[in-house]
Each structure stands twice: as C-alpha cells, then as structure tokens.
Design a protein around this ligand. Structure first.
Ligand code: ADP
Ligand code: MG
Length: 699
C-alpha cells in the first residue's frame, strides 16, 4: 500500500527487474507472488524466521521442536519399494555430532544431483520421532554456497519468505537484500509522520534504540516505539533480534491503517462538504402516542441511542450512523422511533431488509404500529408490491411536505431501490441487518435518495477493529442492554448419537406449548460431502421423529408466497417445528419458539450460530440451543464450546474473527475491501485507533 498522500512517483514503483539478479525468468516467477515492483518485493512479508546465529547440533535435536541444523551430505540415494512404483529419496547429513536422515517420499529427478555427497546444507525440520536413526521427513533445506553474500544467509536471523516453485528461499532472500541495499534510502517517510501534530513535530526515530531512549514529543505515544519506515522495512526482513519483527510489523501496519483511515475519513469529509442535512428531528407529536401503545418501556440503552439519532437528524450534516445491538436487543423499536422523527418533520422514510421474510415481518409490525397514527405503509419486495412507484406516490410525498401531514414509510428488500426509481421526499433510510449488504450497495442507496439521513442496524456485534476500518465513515451507537423479562438461553454441544434424546426433549417442549427451529447447513445433499445434512432430506426424518405435530420447511428455493405461508403458520403456532437452513438467521421474531436445534454445527461460523441462537430466548420462557456436532477436531469443538460458555455477542465475534478471519464475519464482498499485508484486524485495535486519531488531526 502506498503512503496516503504521495504525490510524486516513488522510485520504489520501478519494476522489480531493476533489482540486480532479476531477469525475465525471475520476474515471471515473482509475478506469480504478485511481486511486480521493487516496493512489492520490499513489502514481501517473511512467513517465518530462522535464528542462524548458532546452530543446534544434530545430536541435540528433540522431537516436536522444529530446528535448523547445518550438515554435510555423507550418503544419498533413491530407495524403491518392492511393490508399487513409489520411490523415496533419502540422504544422510553429518555435522560432526551425529547423523541426520532426511527423506522425501516423492523422489524428484533433480534430487540426486542437488543433494550430492559432499555438499553442505542448512536443514530446517522436525524429528519424526525419538527413534533411531534421527529422521526429518520433507525438511526445508538451503544449500550453503560459500560466496560473497554468505553473510546474508548465515550468522544472523534470516527470513524465510513465501515462495513459488523455481524460487528458493535463498534466492528470494538475496533479492530482498539487494533491493534493500539499493533502495532503502528511497523509502519515503509517509507524510503523516512528518506533519505538525498539535504544534509539535512528530519525531520518527531512526532506530529502535534511540527511539526507546528519547521521550516522545508526540502525544499519541507512537514514536516511542516506532522506527522510521525504511528502518522498519529492513527490520522486517533482517531483524537483529526476533522481538524487532513485531516492532517493525507494527510500524508498517500503522502505515496501512493510516492509509485506510485516510480513504475513509476523506470520503466522509467530501460527503459532508457536498451535502446538507434535511431537518428531521421531529416534534414528538406521533412519538408520544406511539410509545404509549407500544406495550413496553424503552430500555435506557434504546433511549440513549435515540437521543444520539435525534441530535444527528437535527444536525448540519446528514446522519451516517451504525447501530449495533445484539440479537433481541430491540433495534426495531429504535428504527420505528427514528422513522417517526422524520415523518413528524414531513418526510418519507425507507426501511430496507435483507430478506423478504424480514421485510414482510416489518411490514406487519409497522402497519400495526403506524396505521393508527395515520401513516401510510408501503411494501416492495421481489414478489409483492403494495404500490407502483408512479406519480401518485411522488405526489403524495410532495403533498405531505406542504401539508405537514404524516407521510409514508416504504418497506422493502433491495428491490425497493433497484426498481430504478427515486423515492420521493426521502428524509431517512434505515438498513436493517447491514451485514447482508455490501459497502458498495450502501453507497448507491445513499446517493439515490439525495442524501437522506442514514441509519444502518446490525446484529452482528462487530469487533471494534472492524468497526473502525470497515465502517469507519459511520458513527457508531451500541445498544448494550437487553430488555428485561426474558427467559435465559441454555446452550449444549452434543454428538449425533444423542439425537433421539434431543428429539424426545423437543417433543416434550412442543407438548408444553412451545415451538422449535431445526436447522441444517444445506438445502440438498451434495455428492462430494454426503455427511453434511440437508433440509430437503431431513425434513421427512424430522416429521417422523415429531409424529403428531405439524412440521414446516423453509429454505432459499421455496417460492416467496409459500415461504410467507409457512412463516404465518409458524407464527400462529400451527406449525410446531420449522426445519430450515440458516435463512432464518436474521431478524425473525417468534417469542414462543424456545428450542433451536442445529445439526452439523461445525459447518457454521460462530457469529452465525450466535445469530441463529438469537431466534430463541425472545419470550418469558427458558430457551434451549442444542448444537449437534461429531467434529473430531479439538479446535472445532473448542470453538463450539465458546457458545456454551457465553451469550455475549462481542466476545463471540472477536473469537470468530481470530479463528476464521474477517471474511467469515462479514462476507467476502466486504472483507475484500481491506487488503492488509502487515495489519491484523483481529489484534491491532490500538494501532487502528491511533491511525484514526492521527488522520483526524491531519484532516
Ligand atoms: P433485534 O434487535 O434483534 O432486531 P427486535 O427489535 O426484533 O430485536 O426485538 C426483539 C423483541 O424484543 C421484540 O419482540 C420486541 O418487541 C421486544 N422489545 C424491544 N424493546 C423492548 C423493551 N424495551 N422492553 C421489552 N421488550 C422489548
Ligand atoms: Mg431485527
């Protein structure tokens, strides 16, 4: 990533072929690793390091401890097995203390020449077991060639970079070294680190040692630890101590985060300069009767968020706010109140949901809430439209501003906007369950409506790191309190053999009047993965297991009208158990459902399981979430256990981020936005915060 405000073309943008030793052939190989320029090569992050200041003796190798040794080949050859054609290559190294056997199961034609008796190698690997002879299988090796670049490869901590076939670790290291020698002084300090910050010039020290000694003149405490960029780049490849690697990484990560924040914050600045806010803070005349008939009192958290929203909607710039609240925290009521503010001010409101089921659910709820107040509700989904986007709705919208009459709430899926019309007099756009929409989609939405206020609501507790980067151009509100009077949710992880007992349990709950969700990962069984259960196949089994009770089926391929029928029957407590895919993950609200059974649970992300679990525990009854998994893998089970232990969505999201990366949490489209070489979205909250503060001050 380039420095944020680079104006002249950097010498580092030169093709990688300007490094001595890179000809046409090697340039091609490097291109496979996306290394096209000198800068790409300099930022090619090592995947591990070897401390070659002193080598372990072969005699002292211990099982399970990877190590590097140095030895000469005393014997080598291909071993063939009597049966079959497999040939193994084996050679024996000697370092004066003991012998080490190294074997490769697939002998390659070049091996006998390369691993010739008498040659000296560095060998990195792990002992197969404690038995004699000492053996490494498939070790990484590096030929020791006495030459003038010997000091690059031994007697120091050396990097081992990601490689591609045809490029050895040694060649890659040599190229990086040469690139550093030639271009290190061309590495520019990005402008942010040279800028005046609060009157004092930020000092970026040349070396870590001096940086540590001299107290920082910079109030964010950055310079105390961070070396200059050029220095950091050398350190990431050739650290003097292993601890330097992390210092260098942080410096380079900070540059990335600053660049990212620069993009985000300047986009926001530009937006603010271009747009003027519509006055939408309302006058309470609809809010009062609405709250009076709601049937519950807003929680303190809901009320606080509404205060922030009201301030935004009466402010100078259009609101850009992200509302985070765990499943069941009551975001819909907040959406309703926000909509009322805009409507009281004479504007129309659009509410977007990611699925038709959810749009229908909102349509029903809001009709019940708003129609008594004289507000018109319209629905637009792929399969159902209560209005035509013609002059009538435009006229009504216009009219309403003149008369200061209550106006319209448009509810829909993205069909609401892709239909290719502009909703009239739009004062506020609310997007429910934001994580199902991409960033790009969000942008187009906002443009359509001539800069209405924007409220995005998500139940995915977004770890702070992601919130600040992905949603950095949004202000964030959090509902951190659950409405009272809810039954607890208990979660259990169980093996498939327990299923009969689980179904007995479900029968018992249904007999007691409750309802259940039963979730499978797939719609259909796929040949390549027969073990993963699918709703279309399991439906019959569930019907049998729950004989006497009506079972419903819901998945992505069922027609919308049929889906809505099934949901209506489930809401009416006619259908007792709903067999579904993760389609029901978002938003669905049936308080009487208290059991959630999820099979093949290891096939879902933690955040997704937490969302699914959020479908229960919405009423006064105690609820039960049963995760079925036969995963043998200890990690997979440990992951599921996290759900047994906590109901805290933020904790779960953070664990998920660490375990599976941002892609799983946000969907590919969104995580693709962020391409970091050094920054780590799971770990670098402090750096991201610092980058954000820095850029704020600079802008
Ligand atoms: P989510 O934040 O997941 O969208 P909902 O808005 O669907 O949650 O709310 C979940 C349930 O909690 C709904 O049945 C809603 O009526 C109820 N609810 C919302 N706010 C409160 C409150 N302050 N007190 C009691 N119940 C509430
Ligand atoms: Mg919701």
């Amino acid at each position: 990533m380039n420095a944020p405000v680079e104006k002249t073309v950097s010498p580092l943008a030169a093709p990688v072929a300007s490094v001595w030793g890179v000809g046409e052939e090697r340039a091609k190989l490097l291109a496979r690793l996306n290394i096209l320029t000198v800068e790409d090569l300099l930022l090619h992050k090592p995947r591990r390091y070897e401390d070659r200041r002193k080598f372990l003796s072969i005699r002292d190798l211990k099982p399970d401890e990877p190590a590097t040794v140095r030895g000469k080949i005393i014997a080598a050859g291909i071993k063939r097995f009597k049966k079959g054609t497999r040939a193994m290559f084996e050679c024996v190294f000697d370092d004066g203390t003991a012998n080490l056997h190294c074997r490769w199961w697939q002998a390659q034609p070049w091996m006998p020449d390369w691993y010739a008796v008498g040659r000296e190698f560095l060998i990195f690997g792990k002992l197969d077991n404690a038995k004699k002879p000492r053996t490494f299988t498939h070790p990484e090796t590096e030929l020791v060639e006495p030459g003038d670049d010997e000091f690059v490869h031994v007697n120091r901590i050396v990097p081992v970079h990601p490689l591609t076939e045809g490029l050895t670790a040694r060649v890659m290291r040599t190229l990086v070294w040469r690139a550093l020698e030639k271009f290190e002084n061309e590495v520019a300090e990005p402008e942010w680190s040279q800028l005046q910050v609060e009157g004092s010039k930020l000092k970026v020290e040349k070396t870590v040692a001096t940086a540590r000694k001299e107290p920082s003149t910079f109030n964010l405490q950055l310079a105390t630890l961070l070396p200059a960029r050029s220095n950091a780049i050398r350190m990431i490849h050739f650290p003097e101590e292993l601890t330097d690697v992390e210092i260098a990484r942080q410096r380079l990560a900070l540059d990335e985060f600053v660049a990212l924040q620069f993009q985000i914050q300047s986009r926001r600045k530009k937006f603010e300069a271009l747009s003027k806010a519509l006055p939408c803070s309302g006058d309470n005349r609809l809010m009062k009767p609405f709250l009076a008939q709601l049937g519950f009192k807003l929680t303190a958290a809901q009320a606080n968020v509404l205060k922030e929203i009201r301030a935004d909607m009466g402010g100078k710039h259009p609101m850009r706010r992200l509302l985070q609240g765990d499943v069941g925290s009551g975001k819909t009521a907040v959406a309703a109140c926000s909509a009322l503010m805009a409507i009281e001010s004479g504007f129309n409101v659009a509410l977007m949901a990611p699925t038709e089921i959810l749009a229908e659910q909102h349509f029903r709820n809001f009709s019940k809430w708003f129609e008594p107040l004289g507000i018109k509700i319209e629905l637009q989904t792929g399969s159902r439209k209560t209005f035509q986007p013609t002059t009538t709705s435009v006229a009504r919208g216009k009219l309403s501003t003149f008369n200061r009459q209550p106006s319209t709430l448009f509810i829909g899926t993205h069909a609401l906007f892709t239909a290719g019309f502009d909703l009239p007099m739009l004062g506020l756009v609310i997007i429910d369950e934001q994580h199902k929409f991409g960033v790009a989609q969000r942008e187009t939405l906002v443009r359509k409506g001539n800069y209405p206020h924007l409220l995005v609501m998500t139940a995915t507790p977004i770890p702070r790191t992601l919130g600040l980067t992905l949603y950095g151009d949004l202000d964030v509100s959090v509902i951190d309190e659950m409405p009272g009077g809810r039954g607890a949710i208990k979660t259990f992880v169980r093996a498939t053999v327990k299923l009969p007992k689980v179904f007995d349990f479900i029968r018992e709950k249904i007999s007691g009047g409750r309802q259940a969700y039963i979730v499978y990962p797939r719609v259909d069984v796929v040949d390549t993965d027969k073990d993963i259960k699918a709703v279309t196949k399991e439906f019959a089994n569930v019907e049998k297991a729950l004989t006497g009770f009506k079972v419903g089926l819901l998945h992505g391929r069922i027609k919308p009208a049929e889906k809505e029928k099934v949901m209506a029957a489930f809401r009416a407590n006619e259908i007792k158990a709903l067999v579904a895919t993760s389609l029901i993950e978002v938003g669905v609200d049936v308080p009487n459902a208290t059991v959630m059974l999820i099979e093949n649970a290891e096939h879902f992300g933690l955040a997704q399981l937490h969302q699914l679990r959020g479908r229960i525990g919405r009423g006064a009854h105690e609820s039960f979430c049963i995760l079925i998994s036969d995963a043998q893998n200890a990690d997979a089970l440990a992951r599921l256990k996290i759900l047994e232990e906590t109901n805290d969505g933020f904790k779960i999201a953070e664990a998920d981020l660490k375990l599976r990366g941002p892609g799983e949490l946000l969907g590919r489209e969104q995580s693709g936005v962020i391409d970091l070489r050094f920054g780590n979205l799971a770990e670098d909250l402090n750096l991201i915060r610092q980058a954000r503060e820095l850029v704020k001050k600079i802008l």
